[in-house]
Design a protein around this ligand. Structure first.
Ligand code: HEC
Length: 224
């Protein structure tokens, strides 16, 4: 007991040496040292950096946010892909051709996802617009009509016209994608509307390849 008491009073003695206030604030010592210079430097630099950065970030130049950079990269990727097929003409033949090209259907799907799901549902089962996955259609008798509906709209404008809003490549590929939805069974689907129509035509025979084969046989060394 007496040992402990003497220890305590000893430590109190030490703090009261360092500060006149010791005893009134439970022995804590307050010092008024200046802040280190490195700390002040960081403080000043952050404040000086903020306003210019604010204006730089918000001045409307593109590519400043991650979302903008993502959009730009996506668009660049699409242009790269389109470079491969060139400028398609918006024809029934092209819609039919790309219906059988799986990798391009994915591009059509991307166009569908960003423009059509609000009315036709994310899987094409229909919301405000009709179900595009069954065998019945309101405005479509054969595959070329998909393109026509897209270009000109339908239902007195309930289905908007996309001519001019989508590029010919996008029009063709999204039409092929819509055709490819037929026969799929999405989780949420509206009941069938319109008339049941005949199946899409089969994959067309490649014209270019047969032409190539012809020209090869024309220039066969036997003739020369
Ligand atoms: C603002 C809502 C809306 C958007 C966006 C929209 N559609 Fe439609 N779509 C409709 C409506 C409504 C109809 C039905 C028109 C009618 O009653 O004749 C329709 C009809 C269609 C049809 C014909 C279906 C049939 O049974 O005749 C196709 C194909 C189609 N849309 C594809 C698309 C594609 C592809 C996109 C995106 C590029 C798209 N739609 C975007 C509302 C929309």
């Amino acid at each position: 007991m007496s040992d402990n008491q003497s220890n305590l009073s000893g430590s109190e003695m030490n703090t009261s040496d360092a500060s006149n206030d010791a005893g009134t604030d439970q022995g804590r010592v307050f010092r008024d040292d200046p802040l280190p210079n490195w700390w002040k430097l960081i403080f000043v630099v952050t404040i000086a950096f903020a306003p210019p950065y604010f204006f730089w970030f918000h001045n409307g130049a593109p590519g400043r946010t991650a979302a903008e950079r993502y959009d730009a990269a996506l668009a660049a990727n699409l242009r790269l892909q389109f470079a491969e097929i060139g400028e398609l003409s918006a024809t029934r033949e092209n819609v039919l051709k790309f219906l059988y090209e799986d990798s391009w259907l994915k591009v059509g799907r991307a166009v569908f996802k960003s423009n059509c799901v609000s009315c036709h549902g994310s899987e094409g089962g229909g919301l405000a617009g009709p179900n595009l996955c069954d065998d019945s259609y309101k405005n479509i008798k054969e595959i070329g009509d998909i393109l026509k509906v897209l270009q000109n709209g339908a239902g007195g404008g309930a289905m908007p016209a996309w001519q001019g809003k989508l590029s010919p490549n996008e029009l063709v590929l999204v039409s092929s994608y819509v055709a490819s939805l037929r026969g799929s069974n999405p989780a949420t689907a509206k009941p069938a509307e319109g008339q049941e129509i005949a199946a899409w035509p089969p994959k067309p025979v490649e014209q270019e390849k047969s032409a190539e084969a012809n020209s090869q046989s024309d220039s066969s060394p036997d003739e020369g």
